[in-house]
Design a protein around this ligand. Structure first.
Ligand code: PEP
Length: 256
């Protein structure tokens, strides 16, 4: 089954609406439309509406970095799935390691958010990954399996197939020290097998797996060379339109 490649730009807590507009206006002419490749911007909440308007008809997708697990109500400061869809979002990150570590999001909360996204017609990008201590302790496989099992608990197999899973070793995020493509693929191959064992062949072959952690224009091709890696979740290197355009160009020319 051919899986469409995806390059997702996670801007984290960066860019005002004006800066978002400047980025999009500069990036659009550089990012040639590629049928084999999907490009996704994940700006902060306050830039979603502006980005959504600018991206209409461009072929570039929009997503959010988080959502609340309830549909609506008395949750001061939170943002619902319906609000994201109304801004033009098709995707949403769930369980990013910065939220897990800094905001104490646990696996149960990640599961509730993922189920809300699915129920609301958003495609979740589930982030999983081990810490350095877990890696050194030989705990990587166990940790990732536990994150997957908890996040996907109660999710129907038909809803798993369009899902995206980002493998982001915590020690590689924002450190300039990417995982080796071979090591990333080893973990990602196991993620694919785990999804397949729980949800069947279609889910196994359909689920898109992204690598994240210090991806750059220089190293992106080495990850995409690997059959189990369908794209990348890019943080720091996605903040400059020229750098993101170079990553997209490298990813487009890689597709077999
Ligand atoms: C991320 O936060 O999802 C990420 C991959 O960041 P960076 O590319 O900066 O390591």
């Amino acid at each position: 089954m051919a899986r469409r490649r995806l390059i997702a730009a996670n801007w984290k807590m960066n860019k005002t609406p004006e800066e978002t507009e400047a980025f999009v206006r500069s990036f659009l002419p550089e990012a040639a439309r590629q049928a084999s490749l999907e490009v996704l911007l994940l700006p902060p909440f306050t830039s979603l509406d502006r980005a959504g308007r600018l991206l209409v008809g461009t072929g570039i997708a929009l997503g959010a970095q988080d959502l609340h697990f309830e549909a609506a109500g008395a949750f001061t400061g939170e943002v619902s799935a319906a609000m994201l869809s109304a801004c033009g979002c098709r995707y949403v990150l769930v369980g990013h390691s910065e939220r897990r570590a800094l905001l104490r999001e646990d696996d149960a909360l990640v599961n509730r958010k993922l189920r809300r996204a699915v129920a609301s017609g958003l495609v979740p990008i589930l982030c999983v990954g081990e810490t350095l201590a877990e890696r050194r302790g030989g705990e990587t496989e166990r940790r990732i399996a536990a994150q997957l099992a908890a996040a996907l608990d109660g999710v129907e197999s038909r809803d798993v197939r369009p899902l995206i899973i980002a493998y982001e070793p915590v020690w590689a995020i924002g450190t300039g020290e990417a995982a080796s493509p071979a090591a990333a693929e080893e973990v990602m191959g196991r993620i694919r097998e785990t999804v397949g064992s729980a949800h069947g062949k279609e889910a196994r072959e359909g689920v898109r797996l992204l690598y994240g952690g210090s991806v750059t224009p220089q190293n992106i091709a080495s990850f995409l060379d690997r059959p189990d890696i369908d794209g990348a979740l890019v943080g720091g290197a996605s903040l400059r339109p020229d750098a993101l355009a170079r990553i997209v160009a490298a990813a487009s020319s890689e597709r077999a």
